[in-house]
Design a protein around this ligand. Structure first.
Ligand code: NI
Length: 135
């Protein structure tokens, strides 16, 4: 099995909030990610596709194809947007990195033409990342 990774970057705002909790409880839980308007992050996304090497192309997946799929379905919809208000597939989701990777997985999983989606990794900062493998 071969693992092929495409990295993309995007910038987006988010506001972390659990609507079932009070303002005070939200502030305590989410701190600066929770202000009235939220705030922004420069996110780095890594998408890994796993598969066998095709005997004709020598590829698991053409990285140009993978790049275009990620940009069309994810980056173009999230870059420079407020995740709480402007992204259809993030509606009614508290936009933690954990929830974002699950949603990105759902957007991509059926669109990979060769190989299989193996993992989605999202860096919210250089030192913090979350990874999802579909279960
Ligand atoms: Ni934040």
């Amino acid at each position: 099995m071969i693992y092929v990774t495409r990295r993309e970057v995007f910038s987006a705002s988010h506001k972390l909030r659990n609507e079932n909790l009070s303002d005070e409880e939200n502030n305590k839980l989410f701190g600066k990610c929770c202000g009235v308007y939220g705030h922004g992050h420069n996110y780095t996304l890594e998408v890994v596709v796993a598969g066998e090497i095709d005997s004709v192309t020598g590829y698991v997946i053409d990285l140009k194809t993978l790049k275009n799929i990620i940009r069309e379905n994810v980056v173009s919809k999230m870059d420079h947007k407020h995740l709480n208000y402007e992204v259809d597939f993030m509606k009614n989701v508290n936009p933690t990195s954990e929830n974002i990777v699950v949603k990105i997985w759902e957007e991509l999983v059926d669109k990979i033409p060769t190989g299989k989606l193996y993992s989605v990794k999202l860096y919210e900062t250089e030192n913090n990342y979350v990874e999802y493998k579909g279960e």
